[in-house]
Every structure is written in structure tokens, then in C-alpha cells.
Design a protein around this ligand. Structure first.
Ligand SMILES: *[C@@H]1O[C@H](CO)[C@@H](O)[C@H](O)[C@H]1NC(C)=O
Ligand SMILES: *[C@@H]1O[C@H](CO)[C@@H](O)[C@H](O)[C@H]1NC(C)=O
Ligand SMILES: *[C@@H]1O[C@H](CO)[C@@H](O)[C@H](O)[C@H]1NC(C)=O
Ligand SMILES: *[C@@H]1O[C@H](CO)[C@@H](O)[C@H](O)[C@H]1NC(C)=O
Length: 328
């Protein structure tokens, strides 16, 4: 979900990190799989994880509500501008099935039909940051006094585990405009894997089940519980990111993601625009705004992985106020 307070943070590719150039095509390290988080979706979730290849088949690039290309795919979105909104071909109010992605509800041991995106980045000091990105084709915002705010097409969230000398040390959970960092071992463990909880609709990540208040005057209420378990290691696209070169390379994947990623290449990860529709003017698509909260039912879609401060020194996306909690 997009922030309620739309602060602008610079893309911090901080100059003092000299990262190691990584040989391309090398597999995702075993410890990144072994200590990957396990995540529970909300038991009443309606908007499930989505495959980005499916999403791309149902959107067209628009700038200022005008289509700028008749078709797009993995090969060409990387060259689109950062003012582009990948816009749903179907009216959002129809709740098309690809947006709901019901077929990707995790089953069995946690297999979802939607591949996650895992990006590994080596940094100085024996650090490897593993970003476990979740993508959903729709984010349903929370309600205040019966009014729903900040719905949007496209939703990128991430969990980042910082490994030091191949050992998990800290885990960061994205939630709305920011997130939370914890000592890895502080989280609830399922076997030896940190266990997290994904809020219904907004898909914000939390370290504990139950309600989570946020937003203006803490009026918004995220709901989490031990619903369907999602194990992202069973189906993912895997990549390396090289900070000095600002380039991605394909690593190993798993499941459907592994089959797909060879043909897709890495250019799509360079897309700096938005993965969903631009905020509609009133009253299009049922848009309503409330001046009291300075918020609307629909907001704009989010940026993708490249805009999530992959080069961070601190474990938090926004590094200026990064507190690592030693208990949940
Ligand atoms: C967007 O399109 C509208 C309507 O065509 C036009 O009035 C406006 O100037 C455009 N804005 C930008 C930033 O191009
Ligand atoms: C994390 O927890 C472990 C085990 O409880 C402890 O040894 C370590 O010092 C903690 N690290 C931090 C950064 O709090
Ligand atoms: C905005 O929300 C407030 C508080 O719920 C409500 O009193 C007001 O009627 C709403 N305004 C509009 C235009 O919906
Ligand atoms: C930093 O975070 C703490 C805890 O969330 C908060 O109380 C404090 O206001 C924040 N400081 C700044 C400068 O944002």
C-alpha cells in the first residue's frame, strides 16, 4: 500500500558501499533458501499473490492517462520512462480474475502459483542482502469509518534478510511507506525459518499475528493471522543485483519462476515507472476523495524493486531512522 504521507526519499545508492562484482548466472546461495521467511496470508484474504507475467498481459503503459504503446512484455518495459503507469485494460471496479489471482492461493506446504522475486546483493563486510519480493496485482486499502482509502492496481512488498558470513542476522519487513527491522532470531520460528504475517488487502508484512494500527491517528487497521502459509522458495524467479554497475543478472529460480525467467531476461527489473494505474480523477472508476483525510479511494500504483533502495547500508528501506528491535 502506498503511504498516507507521501514523503519523497532519494533513491539512496549510497556511495560508500563498494560491492563485490558477482559472477553472473551463479545460483542463489543455499542459505538464502534455507533461511527464507515463511509468511502467513490473512485467512480471509481476497487479493492473492500474482505472477508478474500475468499482470503484464493485462496492462498497457500510459502517461497522463494516454496509452503510449499497444503492447508490452518483459523485453521492453525496462526502456519505458519513469512517468509510465502500467494501466489495467479491464475496469478496476469489475475485479477481473487476474487481479484477484485466487488460483495463486498457496496450497500444501506453501506453494503459490505466483512466483516470488528473490534478489541477492553482495555488500562489503561479508554481507549478503536477500530481498524476497512479493507481488500482487491489487492492493485493497484499509477503511476509516466505513470509507476505504488507497486501493491501487499493482503492489510490491518485500522482506529483506541480511546475512553476515552466510548467517541470518537481521530481517526487515516492508509495511506501507516504511517497515520494521528485527534481529532475525527474535521472530517466531517455523523450524529454523523466521515466520511473518501478511495483512489482508494491503499486504503489509508484520512479525506477529493480530491487528496492527497505522496511518493518520492510527485509525487504519491491518489484519493478520495464521492463514495460508506461503513458502516463496517453492516458486520464484532469482536474480543478482550488482550495485556499482546497477545491473541485474539471472540466478537460479524454482518452480514456474525458474522455467519463465530464462526467456524473460532481466531488462524488466530496470523499469522505474509504476506497476499500476495512475490515481483516477473523481468520479472515474468510482473515485471519491475525502478532504478531511486528504485521501482518495484509489491512489496510484507503486514503483518496483529497483526503487526500493536495494543498495541500502542500513537494513531499513528509509535509512535515516532505522531501529532494529530485539523482540517482536
Ligand atoms: C495531461 O492531459 C491533460 C488532458 O489532455 C492536459 O490538459 C494536461 O496538460 C496533461 N498534463 C501533462 C503533465 O502532460
Ligand atoms: C540477536 O539474537 C541473538 C540470539 O538471541 C544474539 O546472540 C544477538 O546478539 C542478537 N543480535 C542483535 C543485533 O541484537
Ligand atoms: C470524510 O470523512 C469524515 C469522517 O468520517 C466524514 O465526516 C465526511 O463526511 C467525509 N467527507 C466526504 C466528502 O465523504
Ligand atoms: C524514529 O522512529 C521512532 C520510533 O518509531 C519514532 O518515535 C521517532 O519519532 C522517529 N524519528 C524521526 C526523526 O522520524
Amino acid at each position: 500500500m502506498r503511504s498516507f504521507i507521501h514523503r519523497v526519499f532519494p533513491l539512496a545508492f549510497v556511495g560508500c558501499v563498494a560491492s563485490v562484482v558477482h559472477p553472473s548466472q551463479q545460483a542463489i546461495p543455499e542459505f538464502v533458501i534455507e533461511f527464507a521467511p515463511l509468511s502467513h496470508l490473512w485467512s480471509q484474504e481476497k487479493w492473492f499473490p500474482s505472477d508478474i507475467s500475468t499482470h503484464l498481459a493485462h496492462v498497457l503503459p500510459e502517461v497522463n492517462f494516454t496509452i503510449v504503446s499497444d503492447s508490452i512484455g518483459f523485453q521492453d518495459i525496462g526502456s519505458l520512462g519513469n512517468d509510465v503507469f502500467l494501466t489495467s485494460i479491464d475496469p478496476v471496479e469489475d475485479e477481473p480474475s487476474w487481479m484477484l489471482s485466487t488460483e495463486n492461493k498457496p496450497e500444501g506446504k506453501g506453494l503459490s502459483g505466483a512466483p516470488a522475486t528473490i534478489i541477492c546483493i553482495e555488500k562489503e563486510g561479508g554481507i549478503l542482502d536477500a530481498f524476497y519480493f512479493h507481488f500482487y496485482s491489487f492492493d485493497e486499502g484499509n477503511s476509516i469509518l466505513g470509507q476505504e482509502f488507497s486501493d491501487h492496481v499493482g503492489d510490491w512488498e518485500h522482506i529483506m534478510v541480511r546475512f553476515v558470513n552466510n548467517t541470518p542476522s537481521v530481517i526487515y519487513l516492508s509495511a506501507h511507506s516504511g517497515g520494521f527491522a528485527f534481529n532475525y532470531s527474535a521472530l517466531q520460528m517455523t523450524r529454523h525459518r523466521a515466520t511473518t504475517f501478511i495483512a489482508g488487502g494491503t499486504h503489509a508484512n508484520y512479525a506477529s499475528p493480530g491487528p496492527h494500527l497505522h496511518g493518520p491517528d492510527n485509525l487504519l487497521n491491518d489484519r493478520t493471522d495464521a492463514g495460508p502459509l506461503w513458502d516463496v522458495t517453492l516458486n520464484f524467479r532469482g536474480y543478482w543485483f550488482d550495485i556499482p554497475a546497477q545491473t541485474f543478472s539471472v540466478a537460479s529460480g524454482a518452480g514456474l519462476g525458474r522455467k519463465e525467467e530464462g526467456d524473460e531476461g532481466v531488462g524488466w527489473l530496470q523499469f522505474e515507472g509504476m506497476w499500476g494505474d495512475e490515481q483516477y480523477p473523481v468520479p472515474e472508476h468510482g473515485q471519491v476523495c475525502n478532504a478531511t483525510f486528504n485521501e482518495c479511494k484509489f491512489s496510484s500504483g507503486p514503483t518496483g524493486p529497483i526503487a526500493k533502495n536495494l543498495g541500502r547500508n542500513q537494513v531499513c528501506e528509509h535509512e535515516t531512522n532505522c531501529t532494529i528491535s530485539s523482540s517482536v
